[in-house]
Design a protein around this ligand. Structure first.
Ligand SMILES: Nc1nc2c(c(=O)[nH]1)N[C@H]1C(S)=C(S)[C@@H](COP(=O)(O)O)O[C@H]1N2
Ligand SMILES: [Mo]
Length: 421
Protein backbone atom coordinates (compact mmCIF):
# COMPACT_ATOMS: atom_id res chain seq x y z
CA UNK A 1 0.00 0.00 0.00
CA UNK A 2 1.34 3.42 -0.93
CA UNK A 3 1.71 5.85 1.95
CA UNK A 4 0.49 9.34 1.12
CA UNK A 5 2.58 12.12 2.49
CA UNK A 6 0.75 13.85 5.33
CA UNK A 7 1.57 17.51 5.69
CA UNK A 8 2.34 18.43 9.31
CA UNK A 9 1.00 21.90 10.14
CA UNK A 10 1.79 22.22 13.87
CA UNK A 11 3.82 20.49 16.54
CA UNK A 12 3.34 16.95 17.86
CA UNK A 13 1.55 15.50 14.84
CA UNK A 14 -1.19 17.89 13.70
CA UNK A 15 -1.93 17.28 10.01
CA UNK A 16 -3.29 19.72 7.44
CA UNK A 17 -7.10 19.80 7.66
CA UNK A 18 -7.24 19.55 3.86
CA UNK A 19 -6.51 15.85 4.27
CA UNK A 20 -10.14 15.60 5.50
CA UNK A 21 -11.30 17.36 2.31
CA UNK A 22 -10.48 14.93 -0.44
CA UNK A 23 -6.70 14.76 -0.16
CA UNK A 24 -7.52 11.43 1.43
CA UNK A 25 -6.18 9.47 4.36
CA UNK A 26 -6.46 5.99 2.85
CA UNK A 27 -3.74 3.55 3.68
CA UNK A 28 -2.88 5.41 6.83
CA UNK A 29 -4.20 2.89 9.36
CA UNK A 30 -6.12 4.26 12.31
CA UNK A 31 -8.57 6.57 10.55
CA UNK A 32 -9.16 4.52 7.40
CA UNK A 33 -8.68 0.83 8.04
CA UNK A 34 -10.84 -0.34 5.14
CA UNK A 35 -10.26 -3.73 3.50
CA UNK A 36 -9.55 -3.87 -0.22
CA UNK A 37 -11.87 -6.16 -2.21
CA UNK A 38 -10.77 -8.43 -5.05
CA UNK A 39 -11.41 -6.89 -8.48
CA UNK A 40 -14.11 -9.49 -9.31
CA UNK A 41 -16.01 -8.57 -6.14
CA UNK A 42 -15.44 -11.97 -4.53
CA UNK A 43 -15.01 -11.75 -0.80
CA UNK A 44 -18.19 -9.67 -0.45
CA UNK A 45 -20.76 -11.76 1.42
CA UNK A 46 -24.49 -11.10 1.70
CA UNK A 47 -25.11 -10.59 5.43
CA UNK A 48 -27.86 -12.35 7.38
CA UNK A 49 -29.99 -9.18 7.74
CA UNK A 50 -30.27 -8.85 3.97
CA UNK A 51 -31.75 -12.33 3.56
CA UNK A 52 -35.22 -11.75 5.04
CA UNK A 53 -37.52 -8.76 5.78
CA UNK A 54 -37.22 -7.09 9.16
CA UNK A 55 -39.97 -5.73 11.43
CA UNK A 56 -42.32 -3.12 9.94
CA UNK A 57 -42.80 0.55 10.81
CA UNK A 58 -43.14 1.75 14.41
CA UNK A 59 -45.07 4.54 16.14
CA UNK A 60 -42.16 6.45 17.68
CA UNK A 61 -38.66 5.50 16.60
CA UNK A 62 -35.80 4.37 18.79
CA UNK A 63 -32.03 4.13 18.23
CA UNK A 64 -30.51 0.96 16.77
CA UNK A 65 -29.95 -1.74 19.37
CA UNK A 66 -26.41 -1.99 17.94
CA UNK A 67 -25.63 1.69 18.50
CA UNK A 68 -24.14 2.75 21.80
CA UNK A 69 -26.92 3.46 24.33
CA UNK A 70 -26.69 7.22 24.67
CA UNK A 71 -27.70 8.61 28.02
CA UNK A 72 -27.83 11.90 29.84
CA UNK A 73 -25.90 11.76 33.10
CA UNK A 74 -27.11 13.34 36.29
CA UNK A 75 -25.02 14.34 39.21
CA UNK A 76 -25.74 14.36 42.93
CA UNK A 77 -29.38 15.04 43.89
CA UNK A 78 -30.10 16.87 47.10
CA UNK A 79 -33.02 15.44 49.17
CA UNK A 80 -33.57 18.93 50.64
CA UNK A 81 -34.09 20.30 47.12
CA UNK A 82 -36.88 18.17 45.57
CA UNK A 83 -36.82 18.15 41.78
CA UNK A 84 -33.70 20.32 41.75
CA UNK A 85 -30.77 19.19 39.68
CA UNK A 86 -29.32 18.82 36.23
CA UNK A 87 -28.60 16.18 33.62
CA UNK A 88 -25.85 16.47 31.02
CA UNK A 89 -25.57 15.82 27.28
CA UNK A 90 -23.20 12.98 26.19
CA UNK A 91 -21.12 15.30 23.97
CA UNK A 92 -18.41 12.65 23.54
CA UNK A 93 -20.76 10.40 21.53
CA UNK A 94 -22.56 12.97 19.36
CA UNK A 95 -21.61 14.22 15.91
CA UNK A 96 -22.92 17.13 13.86
CA UNK A 97 -24.43 20.06 15.72
CA UNK A 98 -28.01 19.16 16.71
CA UNK A 99 -28.74 17.60 20.10
CA UNK A 100 -31.51 14.98 19.92
CA UNK A 101 -34.41 16.06 22.13
CA UNK A 102 -34.03 13.02 24.41
CA UNK A 103 -30.44 14.06 25.13
CA UNK A 104 -30.85 17.84 25.55
CA UNK A 105 -29.34 18.79 28.90
CA UNK A 106 -31.76 19.63 31.74
CA UNK A 107 -31.64 22.04 34.61
CA UNK A 108 -34.65 22.24 36.93
CA UNK A 109 -35.11 24.25 40.11
CA UNK A 110 -38.27 22.41 41.28
CA UNK A 111 -38.72 19.49 38.91
CA UNK A 112 -40.84 19.24 35.76
CA UNK A 113 -44.46 20.42 36.07
CA UNK A 114 -47.07 18.22 34.32
CA UNK A 115 -48.82 21.00 32.37
CA UNK A 116 -52.06 20.42 30.48
CA UNK A 117 -51.89 23.06 27.74
CA UNK A 118 -55.68 23.45 27.84
CA UNK A 119 -55.35 24.98 31.33
CA UNK A 120 -52.16 26.97 30.71
CA UNK A 121 -52.08 30.71 30.00
CA UNK A 122 -49.36 33.13 28.99
CA UNK A 123 -50.16 36.53 30.51
CA UNK A 124 -48.59 39.82 29.41
CA UNK A 125 -49.25 42.62 31.90
CA UNK A 126 -47.65 45.50 33.78
CA UNK A 127 -46.71 48.60 31.78
CA UNK A 128 -48.78 47.77 28.68
CA UNK A 129 -51.73 49.40 26.91
CA UNK A 130 -53.88 46.28 27.32
CA UNK A 131 -52.98 43.21 29.39
CA UNK A 132 -53.41 39.99 27.38
CA UNK A 133 -53.79 36.28 28.19
CA UNK A 134 -52.93 33.76 25.48
CA UNK A 135 -53.96 30.12 25.41
CA UNK A 136 -51.78 27.50 23.71
CA UNK A 137 -54.33 27.31 20.88
CA UNK A 138 -54.17 31.11 20.44
CA UNK A 139 -50.40 31.02 20.12
CA UNK A 140 -50.42 28.24 17.51
CA UNK A 141 -52.19 30.66 15.14
CA UNK A 142 -49.32 33.17 15.12
CA UNK A 143 -46.59 33.20 12.46
CA UNK A 144 -43.50 31.41 13.70
CA UNK A 145 -39.78 31.41 13.01
CA UNK A 146 -37.27 28.58 13.24
CA UNK A 147 -33.63 29.02 14.25
CA UNK A 148 -30.86 26.67 15.29
CA UNK A 149 -29.46 27.96 18.59
CA UNK A 150 -27.25 26.59 21.34
CA UNK A 151 -28.37 26.73 24.97
CA UNK A 152 -25.72 26.73 27.68
CA UNK A 153 -26.11 26.92 31.46
CA UNK A 154 -23.78 29.60 32.82
CA UNK A 155 -22.69 27.01 35.41
CA UNK A 156 -21.30 24.81 32.62
CA UNK A 157 -17.55 24.08 32.94
CA UNK A 158 -17.53 25.73 36.39
CA UNK A 159 -15.77 22.65 37.80
CA UNK A 160 -12.63 23.69 35.89
CA UNK A 161 -12.50 26.98 37.80
CA UNK A 162 -12.45 24.93 41.00
CA UNK A 163 -9.65 22.69 39.72
CA UNK A 164 -11.71 19.51 39.27
CA UNK A 165 -9.60 16.37 38.87
CA UNK A 166 -10.54 13.84 36.19
CA UNK A 167 -13.98 13.77 34.57
CA UNK A 168 -15.22 13.17 31.05
CA UNK A 169 -16.46 15.86 28.67
CA UNK A 170 -20.09 15.08 29.59
CA UNK A 171 -19.52 15.64 33.32
CA UNK A 172 -17.31 18.70 32.87
CA UNK A 173 -19.05 20.43 29.95
CA UNK A 174 -22.38 18.66 29.27
CA UNK A 175 -24.61 21.63 30.15
CA UNK A 176 -24.65 22.79 26.52
CA UNK A 177 -26.97 21.56 23.76
CA UNK A 178 -28.21 22.83 20.40
CA UNK A 179 -31.60 22.51 18.71
CA UNK A 180 -33.86 24.06 16.12
CA UNK A 181 -36.26 26.21 18.15
CA UNK A 182 -39.55 27.24 16.54
CA UNK A 183 -41.74 29.91 18.05
CA UNK A 184 -43.24 33.36 17.96
CA UNK A 185 -41.07 36.45 18.08
CA UNK A 186 -41.63 37.93 21.54
CA UNK A 187 -41.75 41.41 19.97
CA UNK A 188 -44.92 40.39 18.06
CA UNK A 189 -46.76 39.58 21.31
CA UNK A 190 -45.39 42.63 23.13
CA UNK A 191 -46.46 44.92 20.26
CA UNK A 192 -49.94 43.48 20.49
CA UNK A 193 -50.13 44.29 24.21
CA UNK A 194 -48.68 47.76 23.49
CA UNK A 195 -45.54 48.44 25.55
CA UNK A 196 -45.67 51.74 27.49
CA UNK A 197 -42.89 54.31 26.98
CA UNK A 198 -41.56 53.96 30.52
CA UNK A 199 -41.13 50.15 30.36
CA UNK A 200 -37.48 48.99 30.32
CA UNK A 201 -37.57 45.38 31.57
CA UNK A 202 -39.70 42.26 31.18
CA UNK A 203 -40.11 40.04 34.25
CA UNK A 204 -40.55 36.48 32.93
CA UNK A 205 -41.99 33.82 35.27
CA UNK A 206 -42.36 30.05 34.87
CA UNK A 207 -45.26 27.84 35.98
CA UNK A 208 -43.03 25.38 37.88
CA UNK A 209 -43.21 25.10 41.68
CA UNK A 210 -40.05 27.27 41.85
CA UNK A 211 -41.95 30.09 40.05
CA UNK A 212 -38.55 30.69 38.55
CA UNK A 213 -38.28 34.24 37.29
CA UNK A 214 -35.74 36.37 35.47
CA UNK A 215 -35.68 39.99 34.32
CA UNK A 216 -35.03 40.51 30.64
CA UNK A 217 -33.98 43.92 29.27
CA UNK A 218 -36.66 45.24 26.89
CA UNK A 219 -34.07 45.84 24.18
CA UNK A 220 -33.27 42.11 23.95
CA UNK A 221 -36.97 41.22 24.27
CA UNK A 222 -37.70 43.32 21.16
CA UNK A 223 -34.69 41.87 19.29
CA UNK A 224 -34.36 38.08 18.80
CA UNK A 225 -36.16 36.47 21.77
CA UNK A 226 -38.70 33.74 20.99
CA UNK A 227 -41.61 32.19 22.80
CA UNK A 228 -40.63 28.69 21.65
CA UNK A 229 -43.29 26.01 21.19
CA UNK A 230 -41.34 23.47 19.13
CA UNK A 231 -37.91 21.88 19.51
CA UNK A 232 -36.42 20.01 16.54
CA UNK A 233 -39.87 19.90 14.96
CA UNK A 234 -41.90 18.38 17.81
CA UNK A 235 -43.59 20.12 20.73
CA UNK A 236 -41.03 21.35 23.27
CA UNK A 237 -40.35 18.45 25.64
CA UNK A 238 -41.68 18.68 29.24
CA UNK A 239 -38.02 18.83 30.39
CA UNK A 240 -37.44 21.84 28.14
CA UNK A 241 -40.58 23.77 29.16
CA UNK A 242 -43.71 22.28 27.55
CA UNK A 243 -45.97 23.84 26.42
CA UNK A 244 -43.81 26.95 25.91
CA UNK A 245 -40.57 28.53 27.00
CA UNK A 246 -38.77 31.80 26.58
CA UNK A 247 -35.69 31.43 24.38
CA UNK A 248 -33.04 34.17 24.57
CA UNK A 249 -30.41 33.33 21.91
CA UNK A 250 -26.77 33.49 22.98
CA UNK A 251 -27.56 34.30 26.62
CA UNK A 252 -27.05 32.21 29.75
CA UNK A 253 -29.53 29.34 29.95
CA UNK A 254 -31.16 30.56 33.15
CA UNK A 255 -32.92 33.47 31.45
CA UNK A 256 -34.67 31.19 28.94
CA UNK A 257 -37.55 30.68 31.40
CA UNK A 258 -39.30 27.32 30.90
CA UNK A 259 -43.04 26.64 31.33
CA UNK A 260 -43.46 30.38 30.64
CA UNK A 261 -46.67 31.79 32.14
CA UNK A 262 -46.14 35.51 32.77
CA UNK A 263 -44.35 38.45 31.19
CA UNK A 264 -44.69 41.65 33.20
CA UNK A 265 -43.39 44.93 31.76
CA UNK A 266 -41.60 47.00 34.41
CA UNK A 267 -39.36 50.03 34.83
CA UNK A 268 -36.64 48.14 36.72
CA UNK A 269 -35.48 44.54 37.12
CA UNK A 270 -37.62 42.49 39.52
CA UNK A 271 -34.56 41.29 41.52
CA UNK A 272 -35.68 37.66 41.51
CA UNK A 273 -33.78 35.12 43.61
CA UNK A 274 -32.02 33.81 40.51
CA UNK A 275 -30.55 37.23 39.72
CA UNK A 276 -29.47 38.17 43.25
CA UNK A 277 -28.39 35.15 45.30
CA UNK A 278 -27.64 33.02 42.19
CA UNK A 279 -26.39 33.65 38.65
CA UNK A 280 -24.27 36.62 39.67
CA UNK A 281 -20.50 36.65 39.14
CA UNK A 282 -18.55 37.18 42.35
CA UNK A 283 -15.20 38.88 41.76
CA UNK A 284 -11.99 38.47 43.77
CA UNK A 285 -12.87 41.49 45.97
CA UNK A 286 -16.33 39.94 46.66
CA UNK A 287 -18.24 42.49 44.59
CA UNK A 288 -20.75 40.70 42.35
CA UNK A 289 -21.66 41.47 38.78
CA UNK A 290 -25.39 41.16 37.98
CA UNK A 291 -27.10 40.54 34.64
CA UNK A 292 -24.06 39.14 32.86
CA UNK A 293 -26.15 37.57 30.13
CA UNK A 294 -24.08 36.80 27.00
CA UNK A 295 -22.22 33.50 26.76
CA UNK A 296 -18.62 33.84 25.61
CA UNK A 297 -16.85 32.28 22.64
CA UNK A 298 -15.93 28.70 23.52
CA UNK A 299 -14.89 25.36 22.06
CA UNK A 300 -14.12 21.81 23.21
CA UNK A 301 -12.53 18.76 21.71
CA UNK A 302 -15.19 16.08 22.26
CA UNK A 303 -13.17 13.17 20.85
CA UNK A 304 -10.72 12.10 22.02
CA UNK A 305 -11.68 13.48 25.43
CA UNK A 306 -11.49 12.74 29.16
CA UNK A 307 -11.64 9.08 30.25
CA UNK A 308 -11.27 7.75 26.70
CA UNK A 309 -8.35 5.57 25.82
CA UNK A 310 -6.48 5.52 22.49
CA UNK A 311 -5.76 1.98 21.25
CA UNK A 312 -2.30 2.79 19.89
CA UNK A 313 -0.07 5.20 18.01
CA UNK A 314 -1.45 6.18 14.60
CA UNK A 315 -3.72 8.57 12.80
CA UNK A 316 -6.79 9.98 14.59
CA UNK A 317 -9.50 12.46 13.69
CA UNK A 318 -9.84 15.04 16.46
CA UNK A 319 -13.32 16.58 16.55
CA UNK A 320 -15.28 18.97 18.71
CA UNK A 321 -17.78 21.81 18.97
CA UNK A 322 -17.50 25.59 19.10
CA UNK A 323 -20.05 28.32 19.79
CA UNK A 324 -20.43 31.98 20.75
CA UNK A 325 -23.22 34.11 22.17
CA UNK A 326 -21.94 37.02 20.07
CA UNK A 327 -22.37 35.50 16.62
CA UNK A 328 -20.95 32.71 14.49
CA UNK A 329 -17.65 30.83 14.69
CA UNK A 330 -15.02 32.23 12.34
CA UNK A 331 -12.12 29.95 13.21
CA UNK A 332 -11.07 27.06 15.44
CA UNK A 333 -7.41 26.27 16.04
CA UNK A 334 -6.12 23.06 17.60
CA UNK A 335 -2.89 22.37 19.48
CA UNK A 336 -1.37 18.98 20.32
CA UNK A 337 1.51 20.41 22.34
CA UNK A 338 -0.31 22.25 25.11
CA UNK A 339 -0.63 25.54 23.25
CA UNK A 340 2.91 26.00 21.93
CA UNK A 341 1.83 25.65 18.30
CA UNK A 342 -1.60 25.79 16.64
CA UNK A 343 -3.18 24.67 13.37
CA UNK A 344 -6.52 25.60 11.82
CA UNK A 345 -9.23 22.94 12.12
CA UNK A 346 -11.77 22.21 9.39
CA UNK A 347 -15.21 23.69 10.10
CA UNK A 348 -17.60 20.88 9.20
CA UNK A 349 -20.87 22.79 9.55
CA UNK A 350 -22.15 26.09 8.16
CA UNK A 351 -21.40 29.27 10.11
CA UNK A 352 -24.64 29.90 12.01
CA UNK A 353 -25.20 32.63 14.58
CA UNK A 354 -25.40 31.43 18.20
CA UNK A 355 -25.35 27.77 17.23
CA UNK A 356 -22.89 24.92 17.64
CA UNK A 357 -20.27 24.52 14.91
CA UNK A 358 -18.45 21.21 14.38
CA UNK A 359 -14.69 21.14 13.74
CA UNK A 360 -12.17 18.42 12.96
CA UNK A 361 -8.48 17.94 12.24
CA UNK A 362 -6.33 14.86 11.61
CA UNK A 363 -3.68 14.03 14.21
CA UNK A 364 -0.80 11.59 13.96
CA UNK A 365 -0.19 10.34 17.49
CA UNK A 366 3.38 9.13 17.92
CA UNK A 367 2.55 7.27 21.15
CA UNK A 368 4.15 9.89 23.42
CA UNK A 369 2.69 12.48 25.79
CA UNK A 370 0.44 15.11 24.25
CA UNK A 371 -1.87 17.89 25.42
CA UNK A 372 -4.81 18.49 23.08
CA UNK A 373 -6.52 21.90 23.07
CA UNK A 374 -8.91 23.87 20.88
CA UNK A 375 -9.28 27.66 20.66
CA UNK A 376 -12.24 29.34 18.93
CA UNK A 377 -12.53 32.83 17.41
CA UNK A 378 -16.00 34.27 16.76
CA UNK A 379 -17.36 36.63 14.11
CA UNK A 380 -16.91 39.55 16.54
CA UNK A 381 -13.17 38.78 16.69
CA UNK A 382 -13.17 37.49 20.29
CA UNK A 383 -10.73 34.66 21.00
CA UNK A 384 -11.32 31.94 23.60
CA UNK A 385 -9.11 32.59 26.66
CA UNK A 386 -6.85 30.25 28.63
CA UNK A 387 -7.83 29.11 32.13
CA UNK A 388 -5.10 31.33 33.63
CA UNK A 389 -6.55 34.37 31.87
CA UNK A 390 -10.05 33.59 33.18
CA UNK A 391 -8.80 33.01 36.74
CA UNK A 392 -6.78 36.25 36.68
CA UNK A 393 -9.74 38.26 35.41
CA UNK A 394 -12.45 36.67 37.57
CA UNK A 395 -10.63 35.51 40.72
CA UNK A 396 -11.27 32.19 42.45
CA UNK A 397 -14.79 32.95 43.73
CA UNK A 398 -16.35 32.82 40.26
CA UNK A 399 -18.83 30.01 39.59
CA UNK A 400 -20.45 30.96 36.33
CA UNK A 401 -19.33 31.89 32.81
CA UNK A 402 -16.18 29.87 32.30
CA UNK A 403 -15.26 29.77 28.60
CA UNK A 404 -11.66 28.64 29.14
CA UNK A 405 -9.64 26.42 26.82
CA UNK A 406 -9.95 22.74 27.83
CA UNK A 407 -6.75 20.71 27.93
CA UNK A 408 -6.92 16.94 27.43
CA UNK A 409 -3.70 15.15 28.39
CA UNK A 410 -2.77 11.97 26.52
CA UNK A 411 -0.17 9.75 28.22
CA UNK A 412 2.00 7.06 26.65
CA UNK A 413 -0.55 4.34 27.44
CA UNK A 414 -3.18 6.30 25.50
CA UNK A 415 -5.27 7.40 28.49
CA UNK A 416 -6.95 10.77 28.01
CA UNK A 417 -7.66 12.98 31.03
CA UNK A 418 -8.49 16.53 32.07
CA UNK A 419 -5.22 18.38 32.79
CA UNK A 420 -4.19 21.92 33.64
CA UNK A 421 -1.28 23.46 31.77
N1 LIG B 1 -39.21 27.91 35.01
C1 LIG B 1 -37.92 27.52 34.95
N2 LIG B 1 -37.15 27.94 33.92
C2 LIG B 1 -35.86 27.57 33.83
C3 LIG B 1 -35.26 26.76 34.84
C4 LIG B 1 -36.10 26.32 35.91
O1 LIG B 1 -35.69 25.57 36.80
N3 LIG B 1 -37.42 26.73 35.94
N4 LIG B 1 -33.91 26.47 34.77
C5 LIG B 1 -33.11 27.44 34.03
C6 LIG B 1 -31.72 27.08 33.85
S1 LIG B 1 -30.67 27.36 35.13
C7 LIG B 1 -31.24 26.66 32.62
S2 LIG B 1 -29.60 26.41 32.36
C8 LIG B 1 -32.16 26.36 31.51
C9 LIG B 1 -32.04 24.90 31.14
O2 LIG B 1 -32.89 24.58 30.08
P1 LIG B 1 -33.08 23.05 29.67
O3 LIG B 1 -33.44 22.28 30.90
O4 LIG B 1 -34.11 23.06 28.61
O5 LIG B 1 -31.74 22.60 29.13
O6 LIG B 1 -33.51 26.63 31.81
C10 LIG B 1 -33.72 27.75 32.66
N5 LIG B 1 -35.12 28.01 32.78
MO1 LIG C 1 -28.49 27.17 34.39
Amino acid sequence: MTEKKLEQVAGNGLINRRHLLGMGLTGMGAVAGSRVLAADGSGFEIPQWSRQPGPGPSAYGAPSSHAIALQRSSGFTNPLYPGGGASRTPLQHLQGTITPNSLHFERHHAGIPDIDPAGHRLVINGLVRQPLAFSYEDLLKYPMQSHVYFLECSGNSGALLRGAQGGDVQTLHGLVSCAEWTGIQLSTLLDEAGVSDEARWVAAVGADAASMGRSLPLEKAMDDVLVALFQNGEPVRPEQGYPMRLFCPGWEGNISVKWLTQLKLTRAPAQFRDETSKYTDTLGDRRSLQFTFPMDVKSLITSPSGEMSLPGAGLYKLTGIAWSGAGSIARVEVSADGGRSWADALLESEARDKALTRFSIPWQWDGGNAVLQSRATDSAGSVQPTRDTVLTARGTLANYHNPCIQSWGVNSTGEVSNVYV
